[in-house]
Design a protein around this ligand. Structure first.
Ligand SMILES: NC(=O)c1ccc[n+]([C@@H]2O[C@H](COP(=O)([O-])OP(=O)(O)OC[C@H]3O[C@@H](n4cnc5c(N)ncnc54)[C@H](OP(=O)(O)O)[C@@H]3O)[C@@H](O)[C@H]2O)c1
Length: 343
């Protein structure tokens, strides 16, 4: 499979190049980039020396394309690629929201390709594997959204919590991308910890959209608060919701019921692991796994679910390759079997 990356020069794009290098069935044949055009990949990113390619201004014909452009530019770039017959995974937010008006409200721009919204599939394989298999355009979920949806999906689907739910998430700085910004300078982030996006982070509507679809009758009302943590990679998300009366039990019996519920929901999933103790971001550093730990504060009847993942892998490039594998009929785990890097 000839694969191309539109915009290899951001963090998501360059992580895709690294992961595709180890894929047995996909060959990276073309990469594009604005600032890097005319240079070689290995000049800009020395760690990619073995998969050296020229960085082109435009994509040449490929069987499969990934876009790692910012929103709006991404949809514009994807339209002609789909016309060539290639399948596409878009890592931007352009095709995640089903409603063009909601996209305009949250992203402040007119949608460049509203005609493609109905056919684009929200590419969270654990919830939409069959739809992904037949799709030609995948909206790769946001990094925070992947962590939050995977943490809450079993509880929401089974209706074991009340509608008001809080997701409190912390991300490493690479989540903000490679583009220079004052807020991600070393001296602003190091030894610091802060909340942001309190008036509504852009990942909130896609979380709400996907979780509500699992159980529309529940009337989910999600509050999402992201934080910036002084680390390079990783997202840790702590979710809280009041347990619906009588649904779980308490103490050791309640814990067993919860674990059974989560393990049965994710049975057979290669990239979601339900764990017995609170996971650390380092347990997922560089791999495509999302770790999920469900428990509760039994004194107050509050469900607590901790999830964590690598924002650039299961939160971006790894999930994009997982989607490619499904769309192309490769084994889902192909090229994605690396263990986490530790320490
Ligand atoms: N970082 C993450 O953890 C993450 C996770 C999931 C999804 N995503 C999504 O993946 C996409 C890329 O994110 P990123 O974090 O990799 O961003 P990034 O590191 O900031 O890279 C964005 C790059 O895009 C280029 N660019 C900006 N506007 C452009 C335009 N109009 N045309 C061509 N190139 C343009 C810039 O390159 P120049 O140097 O050429 O200006 C910049 O380096 C975004 O849509 C983001 O939402 C990111």
């Amino acid at each position: 499979l000839k694969a191309g990356i539109i915009n290899v020069t951001g963090y998501a794009g360059v992580e895709l190049a690294r992961l595709l290098h180890g894929h047995p069935e996909a060959e990276l044949t073309c990469v594009t980039g604005r600032s890097g055009a005319g240079q070689r990949l290995a000049e800009v990113f020395p760690h990619l020396a073995p998969c050296d390619l020229p960085i082109e201004p435009e994509l040449s014909p490929v069987d499969f394309a990934f876009s790692a452009l910012p929103h709006a530019s991404s949809a514009e770039a994807i339209i002609p690629v789909l016309d060539t017959g290639a399948k596409v995974v878009d890592m931007s937010a352009d095709f995640r929201l089903k409603d063009a008006a909601s996209y305009e409200q949250w992203y402040g721009v007119t949608h460049p390709a509203p005609h493609l919204l109905a056919e684009a599939v929200y590419g969270l394989p654990e919830l939409a594997r069959e739809a992904i298999r037949g799709a030609r355009l995948i909206a790769n979920p946001g990094c925070y959204s992947t962590a939050t949806i995977l943490a809450l999906a079993p509880a929401v689907k089974e209706g074991v919590i009340q509608p008001r739910v809080v997701a409190d998430a912390k991300s490493g700085v690479s989540g903000a991308g490679r583009t220079l910004a004052l807020t991600s300078h070393y001296s602003e982030v190091n030894e610091n910890f802060s909340a942001y996006g309190l008036d509504g982070h852009r990942h909130l509507p896609e979380m709400q959209q996907e979780l509500v679809a699992l159980n529309p009758a529940m009337g989910l009302q999600l509050t999402f608060v992201p934080h910036l943590a002084p680390m390079t990679r990783g997202i840790l998300c702590s979710c809280y919701g009041a347990i619906a009366d009588g649904r779980i039990g308490t103490g050791a019996q309640g814990q067993k019921t919860l674990l059974d519920l989560y393990r049965s929901f994710y049975a057979g999933e290669p990239f979601v692991r339900v764990v017995d103790r609170p996971p650390h971001t380092k347990h997922t550093w560089g791999n495509n796994v999302c770790l999920v730990y469900p428990t509760a504060d039994w004194r107050t009847g509050t469900l607590i679910v901790i999830s964590c993942l690598d924002n650039l892998v299961k939160g971006a490039a790894g999930q994009a390759i997982q989607n490619m594998n499904i769309m192309c009929g490769f084994p889902e785990t192909m090229g994605l079997d690396a263990l986490a890097v530790y320490p």
